[in-house]
Structure formats: C-alpha cells, structure tokens
Write a protein that binds this ligand. Structure first.
Ligand SMILES: [Mn+2]
Length: 280
C-alpha cells in the first residue's frame, strides 16, 4: 500500500494530549500515513514520557521519523550526568521509568537532519545560509556518529556540547568545537549575521527589535541557492505562522498556549490543534 500522506509535525515538548488531538484531526492512519517530527519531543508539556514512548514506537514501526532538538539533547546530557533538569522541564518521570535506557538509547540514534523527500529538508532549528544542503547533511552525520557511538564517545560529545563558542562556522574547526558549533546551528539557531555568526539571546517574534547586524536565519539567501524547502521548529514566537516561500516554520508554541502544527508535504496544507496545552 503506497503512503497516502506525509505530515511534518512541530515541537511536541511532551504535549501528549495535543499530539493525540492533532492526529485525530488529520485522521492519521498508521497504515497509510507517515509522520516526521521536528524534534524537541520532550520538555515542558504534561507527559514527556508518554510522548517519547509513543514516538519511539511509531519510528520503530517505520511509520515516523524524528530529528533531534536542543531539549532532546539536553535530556541525553542529564541522563549521562552532564546537565541538570531545567526548572520548567517535566521530564523527571523518564529517568524513573523502567524503560529509560531503551528510550534514551533509541533517542540518541536519531539524526539532526532528515530528507522527507527530495524537495524538503527537516532540521530542528533550520539551515544557515553559509551551508549548502549537501554540506549540512554531512555535518549532521558527524554529530550523529558521536551520539550513536559507544558511551565513551557519547559522553565526550555531551560533556563538550554546551557553550556558545565558536559562534560561527569555519571549515577549519576540529574536534569538540566543531561538533558544538554544528549542533548549535541545527538545534539553537534563530538569528545570524552576514557571515552566519549565531546570536543566542533573541527569542522573541519578528516584530521585536533584533540585535544590530543580525536577522532571522531564513532572511539570508543561501550562498549556493537551495532547491529544497527547509522545514523547522524551535522558534515558538513565530507561532508556526507565515508560510514562507522556501522555509516552513512548524513550532506553533503548543506548550506556550499556541497550537501544535502539522504540515502536509503533498499539498502544503497546514493543520493545527484548536489550542495548545498552555502550560508555559
Ligand atoms: Mn528547540
């Protein structure tokens, strides 16, 4: 049976009830449809554990795929002892669950970039204009290799993952600094400057004043024109709105009282829950 529809879904953040409502709304059918998640499966929503279990099962059944977001990486770091739960994270039950190792060993094997079809690229935060899509694919794979390696490799990566430096891509970077900046582009990027330097403080919407010299990453024209559309989550203040020409925001800010968004690849139609879980 050929796939009927592919839906790309924005940041779940543990909003399990909203996910179920959205799947009902799009009449998701495991036998015929396929789901693509933009990462940040867990964090502040009401049931990160149920969300993680649900998405893992779909992925293992080859019904869904997900990329990793900053909250997913943070979950892995806490698990391995390199981070602490954030004040508003409601992920503690994951660490007490009998299947914690299975869940997190599965999570760490998920990629930072996916190609749902030849016309689309999916990452958690987007793609900077200084990378071709091909380069991005190979850089995402460098990080994925560290994440899915043995615990020594995983721990070395997680221990060095945090930090804002270097804040700009350069081909000559090596080792942990290289993996850190790649990870920051894929999972934390919002604003960049002309050379692709990252800015880490701005989280507001597009009508808010931005630091001098910085613009949203999607306002920069790729140095090598991209033929693919870029699907991304992470930036809740965009509210998943504004179907732009070449970039498609998917984080409807569900956990902040917005909505959970699904984008149908076949026709570009957007679907969303009536309201988010509003826990923020
Ligand atoms: Mn995020």
């Amino acid at each position: 049976m050929p796939i009927r529809y592919n839906y790309v879904i924005g940041d779940l953040q543990g909003c399990f009830t909203a996910l179920q409502a959205l799947l009902e709304h799009i009449e998701f059918d495991e036998k015929h449809d396929h789901l693509w998640f933009a990462g940040d499966l867990v964090a502040r929503g009401e049931d990160s554990l149920a969300t993680l279990r649900f998405v893992k099962k779909l992925c293992e059944n080859d019904v869904a795929h997900t990329v990793l977001g900053n909250h997913d990486l943070h979950l892995l770091a806490v698990w391995r002892g390199f981070g602490k739960l954030k004040k508003n994270d409601r992920t503690a039950p994951i660490f007490d669950a009998p299947d914690v190792a299975a869940l997190l060993n599965w999570l760490r094997k998920q990629p930072l970039l996916l190609r749902p079809n030849p016309d689309h690229v999916l990452t958690h935060a987007g793609l900077p204009h200084c990378w071709t899509t091909e380069l991005a694919e190979s850089l995402a794979f460098e990080v994925a290799l560290a994440l899915r390696g043995n615990f020594l490799e995983l721990d070395r990566f997680l221990e060095n993952m945090y930090g804002n430096q270097p804040d700009v891509w350069s081909e000559g970077l090596t080792g942990e600094a290289r993996l850190r900046v790649i990870t920051n582009y894929f999972t934390r990027m919002r604003l960049v400057d002309d050379i692709g330097r990252l800015e880490f403080d701005f989280k507001a919407g597009l009508d808010a004043p931005m630091p001098a010299g910085f613009v949203p990453w999607f306002d920069k024209i790729p140095q090598v024109p991209r033929t693919e559309k870029v699907l991304f989550g992470h930036w809740a203040a965009l509210e998943g709105a504004g179907q732009m020409k070449t970039t498609i925001p998917l984080d409807g800010g569900c956990v902040w009282g917005g909505s959970l968004v699904a984008y149908r690849l076949e026709d570009g139609q957007r679907f969303s829950t009536a309201e988010g879980c509003g826990l923020g």
